[in-house]
Design a protein. Sequence first.
Length: 120
Amino acid sequence: MMRPPAPHANIVLSGLSGDEASAYPAVCRHGGSRAQTVPVPPAVFTGTVKHIDSGTLTLTIPDQDDVEIACTHKTRYYSGSQKVKRSDIKPNDRVTVETKLDLYLKPEAVSVRLLPPAGQ
């Protein structure tokens, strides 16, 4: 007869809807000694830059709360297919940001791409 798992063996992401919980990497135990992480596809956000500095980018997305995204030395910035400097991205620019989750499960920018102004 198999025993049920210990109560502490289950991880619960309380307060998250199914869609939100699925954004976090799942960890599975095999044989009790190894852990595997399931890769999470990057999340992409499109909106208007509210604030940008060396560590964060705050993005305004219509009909949603502002999103704060961490920027690191690995973050790449583009205008079309050309690489640009972070300093070329200004408040009120429209951008698309490809992110991954950092160690604290917060969004971290992989790439930031300048978009043409709305209506062009």
